[in-house]
Design a protein around this ligand. Structure first.
Ligand code: UP5
Ligand code: MG
Length: 191
């Protein structure tokens, strides 16, 4: 089987990765794989691994790479899509990038949602107040997620920037404004 077409979608917590991926799926027919969603799903299982994942997510820390890479690999294998995959919120650490790109596929482009922490915090606190609230949407974990993002995830974005594959999107605007930029990028890439 030919290697799948893969786009990594990166950006801090609340930068709008999931929101924009959903709209890209509707318009361009991609498959959306959120590493966080796959981990939350696995965390619901009453197994040792499930309990461990839930604990790590609640603390805003990063799950060991082999766990996340295995979940993504299985999802890609089980539902191949010639239009391609949007891998949301992954890779978050340098070793994850290496493991995935050597074992599964090299990402075609990396979309980086650049958003201020103030805006991201307001969005996450907004979600925390509604029905879509997540266990990690409390101020203490949100701040921990921000710190992990700066210390561990941003170096991954920087390394893709250096190798010329990173496309940065200003993600501070309203939903329609951000998506207008994102969809244009895919149209320009010939999608
Ligand atoms: N919203 C979105 N865009 C908006 C806009 N332009 N204007 C106004 N509001 C906007 O959006 C968040 C909220 O903001 C929503 O209410 C939305 O309506 C609104 P969303 O699209 O969900 O943003 P997203 O960037 O997807 O935020 P999310 O909270 O999902 O980001 P995280 O990166 O924190 O979450 P993720 O699910 O990727 O990871 C969760 C945890 O999983 C991590 O902390 C980590 O513990 C673990 N993890 C790993 O260990 N390894 C991995 O590889 C991946 C995750
Ligand atoms: Mg998300």
């Amino acid at each position: 089987m030919a290697a799948p077409t893969v786009f990594f979608v990166l950006g801090g917590p609340g930068s709008g990765k999931g929101t924009n991926c959903q709209r890209l799926v509707e318009e361009f027919g991609f498959s959306h794989l959120s590493a966080g969603d796959l981990l939350r799903e696995e965390g619901k299982k009453d197994t040792e691994l499930g309990l461990k994942i839930t604990e790590i997510l609640k603390a805003g820390q990063i799950v060991p790479s082999e766990v996340t890479v295995a979940l993504l690999t299985n999802a890609i294998r089980d539902a191949p899509n010639p239009a391609g995959f949007l891998i949301d919120g992954f890779p978050r650490k340098a070793d994850q990038a290496l493991m995935f790109e050597e074992g599964v596929a090299k990402a075609k482009s990396i979309l980086y949602f650049d958003c201020s922490e103030e805006t991201m915090e307001n969005r996450l606190l907004g979600r925390a107040a509604g029905a879509a609230a997540r266990d990690d949407d409390n101020i203490e974990t949100i701040r921990r997620r921000f710190r992990v993002n700066v210390e561990q995830c941003m170096p991954v974005v920087e390394s893709y920037r250096k190798d010329g594959r990173c496309i940065t999107v200003d993600a501070n605007g309203d939903k329609d404004a951000v998506y207008a930029t994102v969809r244009q990028l895919f149209i320009d890439m010939g999608k």
